[in-house]
Design a binder for this molecule. Structure first.
Ligand SMILES: O=C[C@H](O)COP(=O)(O)O
Length: 311
């Protein structure tokens, strides 16, 4: 299922150098590109909603706030607002977030709530794993955490990579760890690999870690945990999209992108959608290939849509 991966080929990473100023200038071009036409803004914001992995990853998470999160995933916008925009919540339930994302201990609660209220929507339950957010746990413990989350019903596992393997150039060791993690996910769960880009020192490492993660079978590559000092930025996104494009050209396989961490405004969300459209094309703008991991984005999208309908 998903990305089968490739045998390790270090030639994909050995002679790579990513030019920081070229990426910064691409990011500036994207920022200065023509704003979205007003008549398309609502459609893009609704698209963003359907691509959200609605997240709660707090030390004080409880069963009730996880259940509430699942209900919000099921009905992310007020019904009146949706109706004004020409949509409705129906049996087929077209407007819902792609997934909820929680700690492993909260997977049973999320699975039960989604089963009860949102089954027809196919909202996925994603669990972070492998010692999130630091990844600094014994390897066997990290693998067990994946297996437990899958057993409890998570169908997407957001693993964190061991950043020390990137910082010391141990690409083969990183590949081997990720291969074992992918196999711990089994045939039913997708693996999303969190690179923690803000801790990888430079953009060349971001490209290399992206490539290794895809070769090892990651179904998505994800920027950040939301806990690093520097989280999802457009320059990181550009480099990851270029790696995804190179991997696609080489294998024909489409790997997804998940920016996460600090994405809080509709403007941020639209910037990511525009960047993905520009580099990877429209076919990546679906929940199968693009997610936004966010705990606090929906409120701003709702306010933006309210203003849009009042204008
Ligand atoms: O994986 C998702 C992130 O943890 C969400 O980060 P955030 O709380 O900054 O939106």
């Amino acid at each position: 299922m998903g990305n089968p991966g490739l045998p390790l080929d270090l030639s994909c990473v050995n002679n790579v150098h990513i030019n920081l100023s070229a990426i910064q200038s691409k990011a500036a071009d994207l920022q200065n590109s023509r704003p979205l036409k007003d008549e398309h803004r609502a459609a893009w914001l609704l698209k963003a909603v359907t691509c959200i992995d609605l997240t709660t990853l707090s030390g004080d998470d409880t069963a009730s706030n996880v259940s509430r999160l699942c209900l919000t995933a099921f009905r992310p916008l007020p019904e009146t607002l949706l109706n004004t925009l020409g949509f409705e919540y129906s049996e087929k339930c077209p407007i819902h977030t792609a997934a909820v994302c929680v700690y492993p201990a909260k997977v049973p609660c999320a699975v039960n709530t989604i089963r009860k209220f949102g089954k027809s929507c196919n909202i996925k339950v994603a669990s972070v794993a492998t010692g999130f957010p630091s990844g600094q746990m014994a390897f066997h413990t990290r693998l067990e955490e994946i297996k437990d989350a899958v057993k409890m019903g998570a169908t997407e596992i957001d693993i964190v990579i061991d950043r020390s393997l990137v910082l010391t150039g141990q690409w083969e060791a990183l590949y081997c760890e990720l291969k074992e993690m992918k196999s711990a996910c089994g045939s039913k769960a997708h693996m999303k690999s969190i690179l923690a880009t803000g801790e990888l020192d430079n953009l060349t490492n971001v490209y290399k870690a992206s490539m290794i993660a895809m070769m090892a079978g990651s179904d998505f590559i994800k920027t950040s945990t939301g806990k690093e000092a520097l989280n999802a930025t457009i320059p990181f996104g550009i480099v990851m999209c270029r790696a995804i494009k190179d991997y696609h050209m080489r294998t024909g396989h489409k790997v997804g992108l998940k920016p996460a961490g600090g994405i809080k405004t509709s403007k941020d969300a639209l910037a990511w959608l525009v960047m993905v459209k520009e580099i990877l094309g429209d076919s990546w703008l679906t929940p199968e290939l693009f997610r936004i991991g966010a705990s606090g984005l929906l409120t701003d999208i709702e306010q933006d849509l309210q203003q849009y309908v009042m204008a």
